[in-house]
Design a binder for this molecule. Structure first.
Ligand code: PA5
Length: 439
């Protein structure tokens, strides 16, 4: 069975071999802290072996709920922000294809509550009017402002359109198993309810019902996603010298120590754009604290070679790249011959576009490396549920180990509270009266 691999060949020349081996060993030591729950933030390690623990019964319930929602809805709106939507969006956008919102575009999956734009939500309400839609609301705390507002708006619209009793049958809530406003409301209104395990934080929750239900609603195979994650769990337990998770975490930590404080995740297939958004949140929110951390950035090549390429090639040398390299395209497409050849591309006529893209990828990697930018290449056999499952688990574990290498808690996000405090004070929320005089 193939699996995702880390190709070190375009990065290893930038580091000292002995140092790299030492760092890989250190990764193994930190992995042991995760395994034994002896490190900081150990209350949030439920994701670590969740793919192995997820029961057939839960998978069955998720698939059953998804099939009812799919049957009864033209549109399913998934409401959530941060870790409560980015994983699902990443999978659905990667697998649906460029011009679809789900497998075969039925039902249409739309995300809401991930911003506070009045225009976005007004347009969404108009778009939904007269259509059959259902809601999946995801919030661990149940009080996050953005999804709370979106859910209130959309719930009212649904109740107005089908009545309160029927609306309750078309709403699914995913929230904390014990507490929180959303849990209370769901129980009171008898919404179908799924739980986010208490020991899994938002950005590590894609392989829980948070990601699995929307993905099943979009028509994709969640068992394959779980199988992929399970297989990466095994792979990531291998010896430190061959362990791809340790290799990735070790390299990025060495680069960081060498003042390369920006990591660019690069794809050569725009289907992976949303995956990069998930990755940015995972690493940004996990590592960026105590005045430390690598700043995560994303690009889609070759598009961004015509915007940021100049900087990457020639700008400040504080960056390294992690390339998501998909080995095969889903479709074959040959470049046609043109007798007049006005555009001078007959030399590649008859070649697959995927091959041309591969050569652009290789050419770019070699150019960036010679310009002083190390490239860690993550080879993905193809874009499928199974390999995405591997990729999610790979990055989650690498991120947790990276946080430990850095000396931060990779499972909290204290900095996120500052904007909320100011926003609540400015909006006049009770309890924030004192803060308004400070800002
Ligand atoms: O990773 C995280 O913990 C955050 O991004 C949360 O997922 C996000 O803030 C949403 O929180 P909640 O699910 O409580 O609404």
């Amino acid at each position: 069975m193939k699996h995702i691999e880390v190709d070190l060949s375009k990065a290893i020349a930038f580091v000292d071999k002995g140092n790299f081996n030492q760092k890989c060993k250190l990764c193994a030591e930190n992995d042991l802290k995760l395994k034994n729950k002896t490190g900081v933030g150990s209350d949030f390690l439920g994701w670590y072996d969740f793919p192995n623990k997820i029961s057939d019964d839960l998978v069955y319930r998720i698939n059953e709920t998804a099939s009812i929602l799919r049957k009864n809805s033209e549109i399913i709106v998934v409401i959530g922000i941060g870790g409560s939507y980015l994983g699902a969006e990443a999978i659905i956008n990667t697998l649906s294809g460029h011009f679809h919102c789900s497998k075969n575009n039925k039902p249409h999956i739309i995300f809401a509550g991930q911003n506070l734009s009045g225009d976005y939500h007004s347009e969404l309400l108009s778009f939904l009017r007269g259509k059959k839609f259902s809601l999946i609301v995801i919030s661990k705390s149940g009080t996050t402002t953005e999804p709370a507002i979106a859910f209130r708006l959309l719930r009212k619209e649904l109740e107005r359109s089908v009545g309160k009793e029927q609306a309750a049958k078309q709403i699914v809530a995913i929230t904390d198993p014990k507490q929180g406003a959303l849990r209370k409301l769901a129980l009171q209104e008898k919404y179908t309810l799924f739980e986010i395990p208490s020991d899994i934080g938002g950005r590590y929750s894609v392989l829980s019902p948070v990601g699995l239900l929307p993905v099943a609603c979009a028509g994709f195979d969640i068992q394959q996603l779980i199988n992929g994650a399970k297989s990466m769990f095994e792979i990531s337990n291998s010896n430190y010298a061959e362990n791809p998770v340790y290799q990735y975490a070790a390299l990025r930590h060495i680069f960081y120590s060498d003042s390369k404080t920006i990591e660019i995740i690069a794809n050569y297939n725009p289907l992976l754009k949303s995956f990069s958004e998930w990755w940015k949140q995972l690493f940004g929110e996990s590592e960026g604290k105590d005045k430390k951390g690598i700043f995560p950035v994303s690009v889609s090549y070759t598009t961004d070679l015509h915007s940021l390429g100049q900087y990457v090639q020639d700008g400040m040398r504080n960056i390294f790249e992690t390339v998501l390299s998909v080995e095969i395209d889903k479709f074959d497409l040959k470049i046609p011959k043109d007798n007049l050849d006005h555009d001078n591309i007959n030399y590649i006529a008859g070649k697959e576009l995927g091959y041309v893209n591969k050569m652009a990828e290789l050419g770019t990697i070699l150019a960036h490396v010679s310009g002083g930018v190390p490239n860690i290449v993550i080879k993905i056999p193809e874009l499928s549920e199974f390999y995405l499952g591997q990729l999610f688990y790979f990055f989650q574990k690498a991120c947790a180990i990276s946080g430990y290498l850095l000396g931060v808690n990779p499972f909290d996000q204290p900095g996120v509270e500052s904007y909320k405090k100011n926003m609540f004070a400015l909006l006049g929320k009770a309890g924030f009266e004192k803060d308004i005089s400070e800002i």
